[in-house]
Design a protein around this ligand. Sequence first.
Ligand code: ADP
Ligand code: MG
Length: 585
Amino acid sequence: QRSNLASTLHSLDGRSYGNYKQIRGSYEFGPVTVFIDRVQVDPFASPSKVRIRINRSEAGFPTDITTDRSDRIAASDFLFRVGDSFLHRNDRRAIILGRPGQEVLERTNVVIDDEGLEARLLVNLPARGRRILGHQAADILTRDVPELAQAMFVHSNLSGDDLREHVQLHRDQQELRNHLGEEGLLAFIGNGAILPRRAGDSDLPMDSSAVAFSSPASLEHTVTLSSGRSLTGMAIPRGVTVIVGGGYHGKSTILRALERGVYPHITGDGREWVITEPSATSIRAEDGRAVTGDDISPFINNLPSGTDTGAFTTTNASGSTSQAANLVEAVEVGARSLLIDEDTSATNFMIRDDRMRALIPANREPITPFVDRIRPLFTRRGVSTVLVAGGSSAFFEVADRVIALDAYVPQEVTETAHELVGVSAADLTGNVEPDSAAVGDHSDVSAPRNPAEAAVETAGEVFTTPQPRIPTAKALRPSSKTKSAKAKGLGQVQFGKAFIDLSAVSQLVDPQQTTGIAEALEYMSEIFDDRVSLTEALAEVEDMLDAQGVDGLTGNRDHPGHVARPRPQEIAAALNRFRGLRLVD
Ligand code: ADP
Ligand code: MG
């Protein structure tokens, strides 16, 4: 059959491009099967879809690291990287496998199933003008593509140790993440971690000038994993953590590392042992975004326009309302911790100083600043916060702990900070949840800590569970039968005729996740029926993804293209930013 495809391609040389369509089908190359699933109609159309596949028995991979679902994600990621470097080393530009980043993500590019291993390629079939370059095409499809399969899928061609280590690292990271959950911890940063990146536009680790992370003694935590690996580093408990320090001392860099710590990182990244609980969500101001029916009343009330902030809708949110919307939306989809940087926050959302409180009476100020809500958010809703605040002491009295950075080295300064504002540790203990079991149990009502908080608490239950938001089916139903959602790079999704701007959604790390979001919107548009809430639809998507993997998101089961699994937080972020979103009253 090899000669079959090769001779067809040779014979097509010089003919018009459309003739390529005859090569659809499957071809055997020794143990490798090449499937040509879709052939592009012209040289400028999206590339042709090709799969390579090998049976397990031929591939010879050890089953102990390719059976468990999570192991398969790690092993697939390893093979993805092997394939990527093979293509680069040999300059095989016509073949597209996708570009790996610093994270290990669940994706469609390479998959391991019960029967075998498979890679999904995109191939640009070569042309001169609109004529087929048949001899080149034969080289690509009957030589280069099978060679790639041999390099990736034949275990004896790989470094088995590297593969095993890749899978083991992923297991250890997962175990550490589970351990954090069990211990009521929100995040862990291992001693020796390299947090800063090479440049603002590079996710690679900073060179040797980086100062390696070292934990303050008071927050140091050691874990021994079942692999025997022992890790020591800074553990951030649940509750309210404030990071302070001079400008340029590395505050934002830590927060950014925590943001990314929801994903596992590869060996050599420097953030291998930066692990954050998986629902942690970065919250920032994002003026100009649309908001549809959010209950932002815990933060904003009595707008001069008389607008109802219990179901707040706008096409153009301000800095503070956008940040409030981002926060309540994150909590709505189950964020158990929030990551907030002063650099990207609206000051009037975060704090209001005493003189301003004296000058502007409370009933003339629609905003209740976050500083007044940060504790009830934890005690009533079980939502923790890690906050960078170098410019104001306002959060000292509501902080369970304060970490100061000095030339990138963290120290715990909780006692000093509490002394400065006249709060003692005892004042706070009553408010700290005893353990993680209480998280999510919103009935935990503890005594208010100080008069200011008492006033807030008696002002009524500010964090009652909001009404579920139910999108109308009509608003989300694509107008045409063709695909209506499409990713445009990392930061934008086209949905029908509208564009959804995701450039402020900072935990989106790979353009393939954006493709995943587009597919998820498409998928969810079939779920909404004027009764299903946004959170119910997201849960349904999660269940499907857990059962079927990312392939299940796409309509095309043979060759789904290159898609990575987004978190539910980022899928919700896209839906919430869709300007066409409408809710059932
Ligand atoms: P801040 O938010 O406190 O103003 P940043 O986190 O933005 O500070 O960091 C300021 C600069 O210092 C950045 O260019 C960052 O890359 C660099 N930096 C941060 N952490 C380290 C570190 N551990 N070692 C070396 N450089 C660092
Ligand atoms: Mg900063």
